[in-house]
Design a protein around this ligand. Structure first.
Ligand code: CS2
Length: 485
């Protein structure tokens, strides 16, 4: 039995589900990039808004590439389960907030029409770091990217998020509709400004007056999003079926923790975010930086070190004394680079983070986090390295994390298992590394692809760690590092 409007009645009454009238809900939100993260994070907040009786905040989800989410959700009338897991406790909640899923390449006009609907007030995006198509070195749109080039040439059938937004905003302006609040929910520093830059550059290429209208009327609030949402597996789906008596191919699993900090700068209507646990603030950057450097920085270091050592899951890595000590040392190095917001107790945050990493019920794969390293390393480990170097602090753990990323590019674990590098820069990294003969040359080559040039001392430290990783493997390299202090 597949979960749907019709079969919902057969799901045990103890399972939470929409109590509002789904037919009366308006789609106030269009979400670009409707993957698991959105369904477990922003959608949970909009679901809470609907549950409170404010029926303006249904979501139209857009997949910019594949039809897989639509195929999971459409047969289920958009219903899906958010399964919150911690230890032995599993709490399912059936969500009704997603009204439709559009597959952009199949019907780009439907996406533009949704974005240009009078009901739409908010656009949220989780398109991953690479989805912004921005050159990390220059901050400019990557005009050499085929999709960007196509959208710069014409917006009849947009392909990129920026292209869709510009096509829809042109229509809104022409029809005298209200502007939009457009919220990037990706793990990028200053994500609002980045998105605004991408959209304005796209608009400028087509119609400078439109670009001026967007700049004046629309808003691009910065946001910090946080919830650990591992990819759903077939076992998860089978386990949930046993729990609720229905098969749910669109389910998502997540930890109990959820944080969303939004810059309080909206162009128009929005839900009563604060009532649903969202923090509204003038300054998102310090929250974003603390989260990127502590949570995501540790995640990436764990992904590469743990991945090389054969740890399938994040909790495996922090279940060893060495893994735990390594993460603590990394945080010791990073903390002095932060300017923590008044509401953030860093010591408590670290403690809580470690407990979140240790949540074995999540089964968060190191391989999942290792993906797209070229897009993640700059804000997670390279910026902290630069900041620590500026302050003269110790940086050995950060350097080991960076070295593990370089070692990862070899495409084999310490046990000799091969894997594919899942990264838009994989080819460039492979080419740069092919002619590098020493650990030091490999560090220079790999970081060069990211446009990063370490100072001499930092380079020597990363190269020494890489040598140790290549000679003795990640487990031994961590032990050696811990012994060196
Ligand atoms: C992870 C994040 O996959 C990754 O790169 O570091 O998805 C992380 O789980 C989230 O940012 C947590 O909020």
């Amino acid at each position: 039995m597949r979960l749907s409007n019709e079969t919902l009645a057969a799901v045990p009454a103890s399972v939470a589900r929409p109590a509002y009238d789904r037919a009366a809900v308006k789609a106030g939100v269009v979400h670009l990039g409707i993957g698991a993260f959105h369904r477990a994070h922003q959608a949970a907040v909009f679901e809470a808004a609907l549950a409170s009786g404010d029926l303006r905040w249904g979501v139209i989800g857009v997949s910019l590439r594949s039809a897989s989410v639509r195929e999971q959700m459409a047969p289920q009338d958009g219903l899906y389960t958010l399964l919150v897991r911690e230890g032995e406790v599993q709490t399912p909640q059936i969500m009704g907030v997603v009204q439709r899923v559009l597959v952009a390449p199949e019907d780009p006009e439907a996406v533009i029409a949704a974005l240009a609907s009078p009901d739409t007030h908010l656009v949220t995006l989780t398109i991953t770091e690479k989805g912004y198509c921005l050159d990390r070195k220059t901050g400019k749109l990557m005009a050499e990217d085929a999709d960007v080039a196509a959208d710069l040439a014409g917006l009849e059938r947009p392909r990129t998020a920026a292209g869709f937004l510009v096509a829809a905003l042109a229509r809104r302006r022409a029809q005298g509709l209200a502007p939009l609040s457009i919220l990037s929910c990706d793990n990028l520093p200053h994500n609002g400004a980045l998105l605004k830059g991408a959209v304005l550059a796209m608009a400028e290429a087509h119609d400078p007056a439109l670009a001026a209208w967007i700049a004046e009327t629309c808003s691009f609030p910065a946001t910090m999003v946080d919830r650990i949402v591992p990819a759903t597996t077939d076992e998860d789906i089978a386990g949930l079926a046993a729990l609720i008596g229905a098969e749910d191919r669109a389910m998502v699993k997540a930890e109990p923790f959820l944080q969303w900090v939004i810059e309080d700068a909206f162009a128009g209507e929005r839900p009563d975010f604060a009532a649903f646990g969202v923090q509204l603030t003038d300054a998102v950057a310090p929250w974003e930086e603390a989260k990127l450097r502590l949570l995501n920085g540790a995640h990436s270091a764990i992904a590469y070190l743990g991945g090389l050592a054969g740890d399938a899951f994040v909790h495996d890595f922090v279940s060893t004394a060495q893994g735990l000590l390594f993460v603590e040392r990394l945080w010791d190095e990073v903390v002095p680079t932060l300017d923590p917001p008044a509401g953030l107790d860093v010591a408590a945050y670290r403690k809580q983070l470690m407990a979140r990493f240790a949540n074995s019920a999540l089964q968060h794969r190191t391989r999942q986090i290792a993906m797209d390293g070229s897009q993640k390393l700059p804000q997670r480990l390279l910026a902290p390295l630069t900041a620590v170097r500026g302050q003269g602090g110790s940086f050995a753990a950060i350097a080991l994390g960076i070295a593990a990323w370089v070692r990862w590019q070899a495409g084999t674990t310490d046990a000799g298992e091969s894997f594919a590098i899942d990264d838009p820069a994989a080819a460039a990294l492979g080419a740069a590394l092919a002619s590098a003969e020493t650990p030091r040359e490999r560090v220079v080559a790999a970081l060069g692809v990211l446009g990063f040039v370490p100072d001499e001392e930092a380079l020597a430290a990363v190269a020494a760690h890489l040598d140790s990783l290549e000679q003795s493997g990640a487990r031994a390299a961590i032990i050696q590092f811990l012994g060196e202090k």
